[in-house]
Design a protein around this ligand. Structure first.
Ligand code: ADP
Ligand code: MG
Length: 367
């Protein structure tokens, strides 16, 4: 966590918002710390844009409070909140030059002319657009337009920058580049970023902390590594790319590992119990890349080792992916990543294979 991160700068307390009887946010609470890069991650319709609109003051909650810089912001109109928004569709003024687009907000605030020129100039340097000040937006690429939109938002020096899927319209390569640039911009400006995305990879790459949303509720919030490695709910695990799920009951502890049993009588092992009592129902899960597949079954007696038939086999440029059907009915997805061309396993459909994984990689959730 960067050292300039401190007290909460935005706080939502028990916020609820519905539109015509449809709940968009329900009793939602979240603290955003001053200076951090927080990402709101969730599928389409989970309430991400609603949160930004409430923080920006474009909309009012039906219940709960929103604090900005320690003050209850409920009564403040958008222009009195020290917050600015960048949207996915950059909405630049097409008939104004880059300079005029960026200086627009400063002009509204009646900034002195010399000061305005200086601030626009320096912010165009920050977003790497010097020399483009006199262009029209239609003479710019998608990436450049998005930089102008960023410049327009940060030139007003808000305490908090709200970014609603700002990279969504860019192609893959440019998106990756802009992700890195946005992070650098955040480090340089030292202002708080609340960044919205539905893309888990983007969230992990960029954020100090990630807040995962599901149907207007907060599922989990924490450092990116924690959300990835220790998802607390099935929803978060699923969203973060975990693919193998099992319903099972905790059978007991044996030799310092926990044994779970499925309805089909498979024994699955985990190094933690997920805080569950013996006999409780659980969901177990394992990432495809935590599983190993061996073409020649050797020792199916050891824990978390299962023999099955390879029913799908794909080479995905740098990774291999298999689906293994067990005799008990379960299907396991195995993924081998960063495979050098010379070391492709090439285990074929129709062959027998042995799947195994380390009990420490088993995730356990209450059912
Ligand atoms: P996200 O940004 O995560 O895709 P939104 O915050 O836009 O989600 O929407 C959350 C829910 O609220 C969705 O089900 C959406 O249809 C609904 N919603 C959002 N804005 C409005 C609106 N102005 N009128 C009616 N329903 C809305
Ligand atoms: Mg949205």
């Amino acid at each position: 966590m960067p050292e300039h991160v401190s007290a909460p700068i935005v706080e939502l307390r028990g916020v609820s918002k519905s539109y015509a009887g449809h709940t968009a946010l329900e009793n939602f609470s979240l603290e955003v710390r001053g200076g951090e890069f927080l990402t709101l991650l969730g599928p389409s319709g989970s309430g991400k844009t609603t949160i930004l609109r409430l923080v920006a003051g474009f909309d009012q909650p039906q219940a709960g409070q929103i604090f900005i810089e320690g003050r209850d912001a409920s009564a403040l109109p958008p222009y009195q909140r020290n917050v600015n928004t960048v949207f996915q569709h950059y909405a630049l003024f097409p008939h104004l030059t880059v300079f005029e687009n960026v200086s627009f907000g400063l002009q509204q605030k009646k900034a002195p002319r010399a000061d305005l020129r200086q601030r626009v100039k320096s912010v165009l340097e920050v977003v790497d657009l010097p020399g483009k000040a006199e262009r029209d937006p239609n003479q710019l690429s998608g990436g450049e337009k998005q930089r102008v939109a960023l410049a327009r938002a940060v030139v007003l020096e808000p305490a908090v920058l709200l970014l609603d899927e700002p990279l969504g319209a860019l192609d893959e390569k440019l998106r990756r580049q802009m992700q890195v640039e946005l992070k650098r911009l955040h480090e340089r400006l030292k202002i708080t970023f609340i960044f919205v995305t539905h893309d888990q990879e983007e969230a992990l790459v960029m954020a100090d902390r990630v807040a995962v949303l599901n149907r207007g509720r907060l599922e989990q919030v924490g450092p990116a590594e924690e959300i990835y490695a220790r998802p607390r709910t099935r929803f978060v695990a699923d969203f973060m790319g975990v693919e193998n799920f099992f319903e099972a009951k905790l059978a007991g502890k044996e030799n310092s590992a926990f044994r779970f049993e499925t309805k089909s009588s498979l024994s699955l092992w985990a190094s933690n119990s997920g805080g569950l009592a013996e006999g409780s129902a659980a969901i177990l899960a394992v990432r495809p890349e935590a599983l190993r597949l061996a073409g020649h079954p050797t020792n199916p007696a050891a824990c978390n080792q299962f023999e099955g038939e390879v029913v799908e086999s794909h080479y995905e440029g740098g990774s291999e992916r298999w689906v293994i059907q067990l005799a008990t009915g379960e299907r396991l997805v195995v993924r081998r990543v960063n495979v050098p061309e010379t070391q492709i396993e090439g285990i074929r459909r129709g062959s027998k294979g042995l799947v195994s994984w380390d009990p420490a990689r088993t995730l356990v959730f209450p059912q």
